[in-house]
Write a protein that binds this ligand. Structure first.
Ligand code: CP
Length: 310
């Protein structure tokens, strides 16, 4: 296995090789052990400064990156667009160049525009980590999702994973498809036809519009939120109708003839895509996903920082 990543930035899973994912997971295994020690910190990145730039709301990703950076002893600055001079008309490039002039080595950025991280990587001299760009990619979410499947089921290769819900507006779905396929999993998507992108089969995934059939098929179901904030028209008749056809509840789960693993990237709309009795049950690994996010993000930052130091 290579000891370094093939990329200088983490812009999307699309740009990674299978060996990159293996290296990230092996490194995350080490950091997971570190963060379970009484002293949860290592001095690895004492000479690195990281800016977390969030132009869109976040709870898990923002806190998880910040904690990962602090566990690695990096210097950290946080920027939230809502309370910044972006509100006075400052451009993305001007904002980032001003921040970089304070000697920042790495930028972790969430932005509503697809491709914002790619654009930035061509215009600034820092390592860029995409923390979610519109409906495009959310690479660290997909990495922590696969890491959590590997932890629960031993490996990702050969596993059958269904991604359920609003596939059309989901960066989590696209990054998961790329990551799972790269590792040799079988993938299906399931949801209303209006929320499944046309030609998605060209990515090597199957399409299923019957939730029960999809659940009977899979080893893992990743339940996604309906992203109302990205919708300008109605994609299904009503939330009640959606819940009836695509909501996961305990009677449906217990009607299956086998045990399956339930995942959700958060935030959850309880009672819509998943009921509380499923989300809070032993079938679900939702909080394991969040916990693994810190170790996986430590691994990503550590490995990218090693490329800066070269
Ligand atoms: N999963 C995820 O990206 O959650 P946040 O939007 O809270 O960061």
């Amino acid at each position: 296995m290579s000891s370094e990543l093939s990329v200088k930035h983490l812009l999307g899973i699309k740009y990674l090789q299978k060996e990159d994912i293996e290296l990230i997971f092996k490194t995350a295994d080490h950091f997971k052990e570190v963060i379970n020690r009484p002293i949860k910190k290592v001095p690895s990145l004492r000479d690195i400064t990281i800016a977390n730039l969030f132009f869109e709301n976040s709870t898990r990703t923002r806190l998880s990156f910040e904690l990962a950076e602090k566990r690695l002893s990096a210097d950290v600055i946080n920027f939230s667009a809502a309370s910044s001079s972006v509100k006075k008309g400052e451009t993305l490039i001007d904002t980032v160049n001003n921040i970089l002039s304070m000697k920042v080595d790495m930028v972790v950025m969430r932005h509503p525009n697809p491709g914002a991280g790619i654009f930035l990587s061509k215009h600034v001299n820092a390592s860029i980590v995409n923390a979610g760009d519109g409906a495009h990619e959310h690479p660290t979410q997909a990495l922590l999702d696969s890491y959590s499947i590997r932890e629960r089921l031993g490996e990702v290769a050969g596993k059958k994973v269904v991604i359920v819900g609003d596939i059309l507006h989901s960066r989590v779905a696209l990054s998961n498809i790329f990551a799972l396929k790269l590792q040799g999993a079988e993938v299906k998507v399931c949801g209303p036809k209006t929320l499944i992108p046309k030609h998605i089969e060209s990515l090597g995934v199957g399409v299923e519009t019957n939730l029960k059939a999809a659940l009977e098929w899979c080893d893992v179901a990743n339940m996604l939120r309906v992203q109302n904030e990205r919708m300008d028209i109605s994609y299904f008749p009503s939330t009640r109708e959606y819940v009836k056809q695509f909501g996961l509840n305990l009677p449906l789960l217990e009607s299956l003839k086998k045990e399956i693993v339930i995942m959700h990237p958060g935030p959850i709309n309880r009672g819509v895509e998943i009921t509380s009795d499923v989300a809070d049950s032993d079938h679900a690994i939702i909080l394991d996903q969040v916990q693994n996010g810190v170790a996986v993000r430590m691994a990503v930052i550590y490995l990218l920082a090693a490329k800066i130091k070269q």
